[in-house]
Ligand binder design. Structure first.
Ligand code: BT5
Length: 240
């Protein structure tokens, strides 16, 4: 089956749609999507888990990305999730926590995982809490769902809107570049202008979140000057 130019497969259950889409791609050899009703071993970055609850959204997209565009696609994917949620919800409340966590009222409602596929292909896995908020109290994020925020919508509607938003942003980027899209990313950016701590595997960097560059990197002003950051988790520096 095809949807808006993508080969499409729907699964009742799978361990991770990021793995399932790689298997599907072996048969399609073209941009493809796998969506699953149930995901039993969903993952986040750095070996973290992505919690499953019934009625939530789990899908992975595989398509070609030039390595130099990866940072921008990472942000565009978050923007597409934010725009999708905004379709059902007052948009000024939906924020992007760099690079691509999507927050409502400072709580995480959507997450994205990019993983390398064959050749120039990359897998973009999207999780959105639609009907239920998972209990992730053991971890450092608070979570929410569209349902918890008072929005009643089906996962099919969320999927349809997401594909449309993502296709549109991808085409815009390919036609006119990142500059016009960057403005919306910055307008929605959580903690912009604030003092933040960026946690990386082996270090923490503290500074003011000033900007995002044309490659999607985070620019922060630290006590040693400007730093350009390509990966990490950002936290608000708690005021004392
Ligand atoms: C992410 O990782 O946010 C990427 C999540 C990607 C999930 C999709 S679902 C479809 C596809 N198939 C997969 O196997 N994965 C992708 P990260 O930034 O590392 O955040 C992980 C952290 O988010 C966890 O440690 C928890 O604190 C929190 N978390 C886990 N599940 C959550 C949920 N359902 N809602 C909100 N927060 C969650």
């Amino acid at each position: 089956m095809r949807i808006d130019g993508w080969f499409y497969q729907y699964l009742k259950e799978t361990e991770s749609t990021n793995d399932a889409v790689l298997a599907f791609f072996k048969t399609t050899q073209a941009p493809s999507i796998v969506r699953a009703e149930k995901q039993t071993k969903g993952r986040g970055r750095l070996g973290r888990i992505w919690a499953y609850e019934e009625g939530n959204f789990f899908a992975s997209f595989i398509f070609e990305i030039k390595i130099e565009d990866l940072g921008v696609f990472s942000l565009i994917s978050g923007l597409a999730v934010a725009q999708t949620i905004s379709e059902f919800f007052p948009s000024n409340k939906v924020q992007i926590k760099w690079p691509n966590d999507v927050l409502v009222q400072e709580k995480k409602i959507g997450g994205i995982l990019f993983e390398k596929g064959p050749g120039d292909y990359w897998v973009m896995g999207i999780g959105i809490n639609v009907q239920k908020t998972p209990d992730i109290s053991q971890t450092f994020y608070e979570a929410t769902s569209l349902h918890q925020e008072g929005v009643s919508v089906t996962v099919d509607d969320v999927f349809q809107v997401f594909v449309q938003k993502f296709n549109h942003l991808k085409t815009e980027y390919e036609k006119i570049g990142f500059e016009p899209l960057k403005k919306e990313v910055l307008d929605r950016a959580y903690n912009r202008g604030k003092r933040i701590v960026v946690k990386q595997l082996k270090k923490e960097i503290e500074g003011i979140f000033e900007d995002i560059d044309d490659d999607g990197a985070l620019l922060i002003e630290t006590e040693h000057g400007k730093e350009r950051i390509l990966a990490g988790d950002i936290f608000k520096k708690e005021e004392k």
